[in-house]
Design a protein around this ligand. Structure first.
Ligand code: AMP
Ligand code: FE
Ligand code: FE
Ligand code: ZN
Length: 299
């Protein structure tokens, strides 16, 4: 006899955990308050706030968390593997690190500044081609949050040049023609700094090939030896075969496996809790951390 209720907590039965979501502190469209409230409304028990290169949403998310929701504080670090030519960008999720750890905090500040430089250059390229977008307006719309291409995408939509964020990321626009590299964090350094800060590093969407070039498994082997704790397998940018591949690789390397929505509000179509993480992997992340604790139900 099978029952949907029969899953044990060890296998995630009943406990819904989404470890990757963005707020207006970066390129999401929900405020940190809306994000935590919506997470609970979506039936989640645990949510990680993981804005790009910032901990700027942590306080507001923490203060607004509704009864029944446990908040994991994290960030998604813009990294790069410099061991190949040209270098390959990749995203590293860092969970439960100390936001005051000086070296990591300095790197996040530096990358956010690099994003501003690069954003303004992209706007200059667009304007040189006669596209009427305005950097000051784009920055204002980001409202102090980490600026990214999704904010430029909104300006292209406002200008009537594209209909959707997805269209803005096609090769004709921000996907290639007007894509410029950022000055990212060396991925080995990022893994080290997250660990140093008591955090737990997990590679985000390692096989998301439709976003650009992906790193070889041999790099993931090296990163595991350098302190990487886990791999995000279940993600909308992974095909089923890629999810299985990531799972198998994690198994070989003794890494934990996560699944997450990578929710961005209206900037993407994916919904909160669309992919989830098992309780066992979540417990391993919490056990491996020593930076900040999870914030449990305030009630
Ligand atoms: P950036 O961090 O400025 O390089 O911009 C990358 C961000 O753009 C990612 O974090 C996603 O939020 C978003 N993004 C990338 N590709 C797409 C896409 N095809 N459709 C919508 N958003 C995308
Ligand atoms: Fe994003
Ligand atoms: Fe990402
Ligand atoms: Zn993300």
């Amino acid at each position: 006899m099978t029952s949907r209720q029969s899953g044990s907590a060890e296998h995630g039965g009943g406990v819904r955990i989404d470890l990757h979501a963005h707020s207006t502190a970066s390129d999401g469209t929900y405020s940190p308050e809306q994000l935590v409230r919506s997470a609970r409304e979506a039936g989640l028990d645990v949510l990680a706030i993981t804005d790009h290169d910032t901990t700027g949403g942590w306080e507001r998310a923490a203060a607004a968390r509704p009864p029944g929701l446990t908040l994991v504080r994290g960030a998604e670090l813009s990294c790069r593997w410099y061991g190949t030519e040209p270098s390959i960008p990749l995203h590293l999720l860092g969970y439960l690190f100390d936001p005051a750890a000086p070296e990591l905090a300095a790197e996040l500040t530096r990358v956010r500044a690099a994003r501003e430089v690069r954003g303004e250059r992209i706007v200059e390229l667009l304007r040189a081609d006669g596209v009427d977008v305005d950097w000051a307006e784009i920055r204002a719309a980001a409202a102090g949050g980490t600026v990214g291409r999704p904010h430029i995408a909104q300006a292209l939509i406002r200008a009537g040049l594209v209909a959707t964020t997805a269209e803005a990321f096609t090769p004709r626009w921000l996907g290639e023609r007007y894509r410029l590299p950022k000055d990212d964090i060396d991925v080995f350094r990022a893994v080290r700094l997250v660990r140093q800060a008591g955090g737990v590093p997990v590679m985000a969407h390692p096989r998301a090939s439709r976003r650009g070039r992906i790193v070889p498994d041999s790099l993931i082997v090296e990163l595991a030896a350098a302190g990487l704790a886990g791999l995000e397998a279940d993600h909308e940018d992974h095909f089923p075969a890629e999810r299985e591949h990531v799972r198998a690789l994690a198994g070989e390397l003794g890494l934990l496996v996560t699944g997450s929505s990578d929710f961005h509000g209206a900037h993407k179509t994916v919904r909160l809790g669309a992919y989830t993480t098992g309780v066992e992997a979540y417990r391993r992340i919490v056990a491996a951390s020593s930076g900040v604790g999870v914030l449990t139900d305030p009630a």
